[in-house]
Design a protein around this ligand. Structure first.
Ligand code: P6P
Length: 340
């Protein structure tokens, strides 16, 4: 009997499905998570789907940046007073357009926009959310083909003016994640019950799940910080660096938070951006960098602090406020805190 007729006699479920084909997509993961909440309206799923679409578009533009002459400065500055890269603007507009069309989005806030953007005030139906993001973190590394990323944070939209509605502590996040445009395009996300990781398969245009319930290694003798700023670090941080170097630690630092934190999530270690003379309150932004990264690290069993305080407990005062950051493997974070 020919092989084909063999198959025709088998019921579908008996067919040899190539077990090597990973068919667990981000979309199926999102819908499966939604089904765990019978009362859910699907708004959050729609938002996550918009983020998936946006980051696929951004990934394609990042990877063809030099070919399509979208490298370099856009000739403008963002609200942070930082020179915008052309891709910063493109990434920001992509996210605004994809999210703008989704019913559950009440407010959007971006590193690139001084004020939050109101998408829809009237409560149509279902849950509504605030979506905050850094559209292209580390974009200054693009011209040298370094890793860059998108970071997002999702909060419930309680009533009130947008500017106030988004000022919630990181502990209120319903979801957080990032996409690293590195040697592959990796999406890491948490909905509050553990951390899942997906890799974009460009041949089929889908993020495929490669890990769930991800746990950060308990220890790793690696620290990640910009030691060029060391002379202006407070003494406690300098004492930590002395201790680490006397105890055989290595250092890894790329200048893109998403790339540095992803390495620490996967391999363990500690990422720190202490106060410096130039950034006495720290450089990284609380609402759309430290909070989402802090939620992911905590959900993976690590620790995320601003000095002695838990990042997710910080009561925000302004959208673009900055914070110091020490996050990573709990034991490694505690080695830093012990010296402060
Ligand atoms: P420095 C990128 O500009 C960024 O916001 C983060 O991605 C990164 O961790 C940090 O700044 C790097 O700052 O001062 O070391 O160049």
């Amino acid at each position: 009997m020919s092989n084909a007729s063999n198959h025709s006699s088998l019921a579908y479920h008996e067919l040899e499905i190539n077990s090597r084909d990973n068919l667990s997509t981000l979309q199926s993961h999102i819908l499966a998570e939604q089904q765990k909440h019978p009362g859910s309206t699907g708004s959050l799923s729609w938002i996550l789907s918009a983020i998936s679409l946006s980051t696929k578009v951004i990934a394609s533009k990042v990877r063809r940046a030099r070919l399509q002459d979208v490298l370099g400065s856009a000739g403008s500055e963002n609200v942070q007073g930082e020179t915008q890269q052309k891709l910063d603007v493109i990434a920001n507009e992509t996210l605004l357009r994809c999210l703008g069309g989704r019913g559950g989005v009440a407010v959007v806030a971006s590193e690139e926009n001084e004020q939050p953007v109101v998408i829809q005030r009237a409560s149509g139906h279902g849950e509504r959310y605030c979506v905050l993001f850094d559209p292209l973190d580390g974009s200054s590394n693009i011209d040298t083909c370094g890793g860059v990323g998108t970071i997002f944070s999702i909060l419930r939209y309680e009533d009130g003016e947008p500017e106030q509605a988004i000022l919630q502590p990181g502990s209120k996040q319903v979801a957080a994640g990032y996409v690293l445009y590195g040697s592959s395009t990796v999406l890491v996300m948490t909905l509050g019950q553990g951390v899942s990781m997906f890799v974009l398969d460009p041949t089929i245009g889908a993020f495929l799940r490669v890990a769930e319930s991800l746990r950060i290694p308990d220890t790793q003798k690696v620290y990640s910080c910009n030691e060029g700023n060391r002379p202006t670090f407070e003494p406690g941080y300098q004492k930590y660096l002395d201790w680490a170097q006397q105890n055989g630690y290595s250092t890894r630092y790329s200048g893109t938070m998403v790339a540095d934190v992803h390495r620490i999530l996967v391999k363990g270690g500690v990422f720190l951006y202490p106060p410096t003379k130039k950034a006495p309150d720290g450089k990284l932004r609380l609402m759309y960098e430290a909070n989402p990264m802090g939620m992911i690290i905590e959900q993976a069993g690590g620790k995320a602090c601003a000095g002695k305080q838990r990042i997710l407990d910080i009561a925000p005062k302004t959208l673009h406020q900055r914070t110091t950051v020490v996050l990573g493997s709990t034991a490694e974070v505690e080695h830093v805190l012990r010296h402060l």
